[in-house]
Design a protein around this ligand. Sequence first.
Ligand code: MG
Length: 285
Amino acid sequence: MIYQAFVINRFSVTNISRFVTLSFCIVVGFICDVHAQSGAVLTPESTELYVDLTKINPGLTAQMPPSDATVLFDGTDLVKWQAMQLRIAGDMPGIMNSIADYEPGKMTQSAQWEVADGIMTVEPGTGAIETKRPFGDMQLHLEWNAPVAEEKSGQEYSNSGVFFMGLYEVQILNSYENMTYSNGQASSVYKQHIPLVNASRAPGQWQSYDIIFMAPRFSEKGSLTAPARITVFHNGVLVQNNVELLGPTTYIGASHYTPHPSKMPLALQDHGDPVQFRNIWIREL
Ligand code: MG
């Protein structure tokens, strides 16, 4: 009896197995038939796309402007720059008043910074400068040099900054063996995002920023629909990874957004130090 039961069970298991296998084949066959009838036979080529991409010349090095870039400073003059309209680096009420006074396209005084030997240098006391043209989303390449000033320290040691839309600062500062608050050191999004690492070179050496800036979006009624975002490479090292900005840069107090035009000038800060710049170009995104 025991032997018989074993045979019956074994027979049942075999039948079930055959049934499952047969069912599987029927389903697969049906699917293949449907694909064949619709002409959607899967091949490697069926997921390969061909698009007529715009061709650009990227330049011989990563520092050189690609053929589709807008060169903002090539070492010859400041013809694309002027004195800055907005009053930067203040508290939130000051920024809001400044934005209210901003006039798109307004011509101001010519930029007073020094240009010599292919380099522009902050002329302390003459004020920040901005591009005459407004910009929104962009890829920026910029090289800067924080000069040696051993008598200085902290935020006073070769401070400048690049302000996207004149409002959102990525800090420029000597942060090589120079202690300051982390959310105010070189490549920080000032007082909002600490860099992932300190990739600073010693003062007196040229350094690079490659930055992707995405402008904030506002509805027609002025409410924020998407915050600004920034990705920063400092000397080729990722230090800000698509971080979300809280609002315009403030020196005092918390920030929040206030509506502004979709394109505004790119600005460079005069913080009283003779910081140098060269090779500045952008690609509008
Ligand atoms: Mg600064």
